[in-house]
Design a protein around this ligand. Structure first.
Ligand code: GAL
Length: 831
């Protein structure tokens, strides 16, 4: 490990305290670790994606795995596919009668929407019949699953060829001896979701890609290549490629191209140790990868024997250096960088768990605008698509693995698989994704009950050692909720990165008690709100419930264990040893409808900074005002349509990056407010607490540091809904059968003023070369199905998803509603 020399030169041994030693060890391990990547989609025909013409059924009689089985009556679908997102919503699905101990509950009660109230429980079968011209006798074939929910049993041509446990794992099966060359093959996959196996909506089915990789006998090992950049200077970077390959007399030729496709370095050599090949290649004047400059290189490594090309890997990677140091924190390319991150569950709202790149790109675009620079894939393996986007768009990534180890949280959770699968699951996670420059930290667990007990410490070490063995370049964290316990037991001390979930009151003590010299807010906030809903009086509250099962968007409500954003901001801003935060969550997700876990029809979360449709809640602007340093934020809340509240106290908040502002109601000044340190809220929000409501205009004027007018904004009381308005995130999409345009629909009054409380029932019709895919209004209590072409507005808005077909051309979406002027929007798809 050449990293040692650098570190020891910098820090002479005799000066070390225990804390510094531990911290040094950490910086030794991760100093100089840098970039990497993993192969994305192969374009050379060796990876064949089994996307279309799948047969699917949940009502199976007989042996559905046999070749001659009659599946003619089954549904024809394409994957990625989530069988349960089509509903119907019903509180009976997976109703869990439990005490959620993590939430401090002691008595069991019925949790109706905990896993989304969608029919994911039970068995589903998928069958696909294919011929594979690429496969000839003498070649090898691997069947790759990027995730299958869950407990997949895999049959090829009537024979069981493999199985797995965890629904989030990537795995592959060697089918060389079972696939028939030149003939039809029948693949059958059985998936089973048990009740009480999740704390959130897991989805169901083949929700990520399935492919077959065809290889020569002399070829690279699947996920066996590891690219790092151990030495980086402004003049040159060393790119180290370690590849595992089978076959004799192999040599490798690697070419590195820059982002424009220009060859910048190449090497032909072979350094062999067993079946491992290693190359060092120098890239002059490297462009470094960072969230601001997500620069990617491409390494093409070709494998030859006797002058014949046998295999080729095309791997995108970045050049970047990460360090974690006591009292300094995390630095990227030498610059101290705080994680301004969000946690994300894997579902994509109205699309369910079925992976879709356009939906994820939209999420990341929204997060980028907020100034977010990091994602935590809570609490499981991220999709390959999400990592590719994080590399391309510039997000730091905390890749997590498990929500349970051996001790259960839910009756049928991951603890059933831990002993048999934990190592295999981690090995596949790490090997398949370690080349992504975006990944800067791993997580072996979230709030695992194994935080208690000596065996838990052993398990933490066991898992962390696997990460270190497979990837010595990145540290490992665990999101801990039992912070006191982990301080006393030594659990927190064994981790590379101590991650605290919530418990802001323990940060200082944890920092002093843990040896690492810094702490991470691995999960923060868990503030709850419903987009466009405001409750009075405006007061801070925990576990607050209302009759309409909504939460207030004044952003002052949280759970017993959690807090409002400003309390995290104080620590993030004032304590250099806090290396950042991952807010729970960037977007609302299906399931876990806290604080209405026991109330029907709540079926999705209230934690999101944006709602389930991806529409920003007010909180979005609070984070943006602090995180996005490049853009102006000036946002007024609440809306100003309060018929019946005339003369009553209706506080007004402004989220802005400016320090002070003046508020006017119908031209009358309500005074100037300036940010101050009086309370966390006063420090980050401008608040006029005693405004009396009168219809009309709310106007805010913000001032810069010199007191000069810097920006202004106003909102108006709207009249009755008159006309529908539609706006697409992208008007041109790809004609690839998967791309999606997200069209935000709202209504305005006669004067064009948006109607913030409208709940009109709308209908959608798509014509041309696109299809209606789904709609979502962000209402956590709605039981309207996403795929039906009608939905009510919630707080005046909803989003329609229009999907491309494989044919390029015009697409038209028409939106109608009783008594409203209809809207039409023209989109197009191109090849
Ligand atoms: C955390 C947990 C998350 C989610 C969150 C809600 O304790 O890690 O998965 O349940 O609470 O506040």
């Amino acid at each position: 490990m050449h990293f040692y020399a650098v570190a020891f030169k910098k820090y002479p041994m005799r000066k070390f305290s225990l804390k510094t030693l531990c911290a040094l060890l950490l910086s030794i391990i991760f100093l100089g670790c840098s970039a990497t990547k993993t192969a994305t989609k192969s374009t050379d025909g060796k990876v064949v994606y089994l996307k279309d013409n799948w047969k699917f059924s949940r009502k199976v009689t007989g042996d559905a795995f046999t070749t001659n089985y009659n599946d003619a009556g089954w549904q024809t679908i394409s994957i990625p596919h989530d069988w349960s997102i089509y509903g119907p919503f019903d509180k009976k699905w997976d109703m869990q009668k439990v005490a959620i101990v993590q939430n401090g509950e002691t008595e069991a009660s019925e949790k109706t929407g905990r896993t989304g109230a969608l029919p994911h429980i039970g068995t589903g079968w998928y069958r696909n019949t294919f011929t594979l011209p690429q496969f000839k006798n003498g070649k090898r074939a691997l069947l790759v699953f990027e995730g299958a929910m869950s407990e997949p049993q895999v049959y090829l041509n009537g024979k069981k060829v493999g199985e797995w446990g965890y629904g989030y794992s990537y795995f592959y099966i060697d089918i060389t001896n079972d696939i028939i060359a030149g003939k039809e093959n029948t693949l059958a996959v059985k998936l089973t979701n048990k009740e009480y196996s999740s704390r959130w909506y897991p989805g169901a089915g083949l929700y990520r890609n399935v492919s077959i990789v065809v290889k020569e006998p002399e070829s690279f090992e699947q996920w066996g290549t590891f690219i790092t950049t151990p030495v980086i200077t402004p003049n040159a970077a060393t790119v180290n490629i370690k590849a595992k390959a089978t076959g004799s007399n192999i040599y490798l030729v690697t070419t590195i191209k820059d982002a424009k496709g220009k060859v910048v370095a190449a090497t032909t050599n072979k350094t062999v140790s067993g079946n491992q090949y290693e190359q060092d290649i120098t890239v002059a004047k490297p462009n470094l990868w960072s969230p601001e400059t997500p620069y990617l290189y491409t390494a093409t490594t070709q494998l030859f024997t006797g002058g014949v090309l046998k295999d080729e890997e095309i791997i995108k990677f970045g050049i970047r250096e990460i360090k974690y140091e006591a009292n300094k924190g995390f630095s990227l390319n030498g610059k101290i960088t705080k994680f301004k991150g969000v946690c994300l569950h894997h579902d994509l709202g109205p699309l369910g768990a079925a992976v879709n790149k356009a939906a994820m790109r939209r999420q990341l675009t929204i997060l980028k605008d907020m100034g977010c620079n990091a994602i935590r894939s809570s609490h499981n393996m991220p999709s390959f698509e999400q990592l590719e986007l994080a590399d391309e768009m510039g997000f730091l990534f905390l890749a997590e693995s498990f929500d349970e180890w051996v001790k259960p949280k839910v009756e049928n959770g991951y603890h059933r698989f831990f002993n048999e699968y934990a190592e295999k699951d981690l090995v596949n996670l790490i090997r398949a994704t370690r080349n992504h420059p975006s990944i800067v930290m791993w997580s072996s667990g979230n709030e695992v009950p194994d935080q208690y007990g000596a065996e838990g410490i052993e398990r933490a070490k066991f898992l962390q050692d696997i990460f270190h063995r497979e990837d010595p370049t990145r540290p490992v964290t665990v999101g801990m909720d039992q912070v006191k316990q982990t301080m006393q037991s030594g659990f927190g001390a064994v981790l590379d990165i101590p991650g605290l979930n919530y418990r802001v009151h323990l940060y200082e003590e944890a920092y002093k008690s843990f040896p690492q010299g810094f702490i991470l807010g691995s999960e923060t906030a868990s503030t709850v709100s419903s987009r466009g809903i405001y409750k009075f009086p405006v007061v801070q509250a925990k576990e607050k419930q209302y009759h309409d099962l909504q939460c207030s968007s004044y952003d002052l409500e949280a759970c017993s264990w959690s807090n409002v954003p400003d309390e995290d901001f104080v620590l993030q801003d004032d304590k250099p040893w806090v290396i950042g935060e991952f807010v729970w969550t960037g977007f609302d997700y299906l399931g876990e409808p806290t604080p209405y876990d026991e109330k029907w029809p709540s079926r999705s979360s209230y934690f999101g900074i944006s709602d389930l449709a991806g529409l920003p809640k007010d909180r979005f602007y609070l984070y943006r005002s602090r995180w996005n340093k490049d853009a102006e934020t000036l946002h007024i809340l609440p809306h100003w349509n309060w018929e019946g509240r005339e003369g009553q106290t209706t506080p007004v908040f402004v989220y802005t990056n400016y320090d002070s502002a003046e508020l006017f109601v119908n031209g009358k000044s309500m005074g100037i407010r300036r940010k101050s340190n009086a309370t966390p809220q006063n420090r980050y929000r401008l608040m006029w607490m005693d405004v009396k409501y009168e219809p009309g205009t709310l106007k805010v004027i913000a001032f810069d540091k010199d007191g000069k007018i810097a920006a202004e904004d106003e909102i108006h009381t709207a009249g009755t809904p008159f006309k529908i308005v539609a706006e697409a995130d992208r008007n041109t999409i790809s004609a690839d059968g998967e791309d999606i345009a997200f069209v935000t629909i709202s209504v305005v009054d006669k004067n064009g003023v948006p109607c913030p409380t409208a709940t009109n029932q709308l209908k959608f019709n798509v014509t041309g070369n696109g299809t209606y895919r789904a709609a979502c209004n962000g209402d956590a209590t709605s039981v309207e199905m996403f795929h039906e072409p009608t939905m009510k507005l919630f707080s005046g808005k909803l989003v329609v998803l229009v999907k491309a077909t494989n044919n390029p051309g015009k697409i038209e979406l028409e939106i109608t509603g009783d008594g409203l002027e209809a809207a039409k929007i023209n989109l197009k798809s191109i090849q």
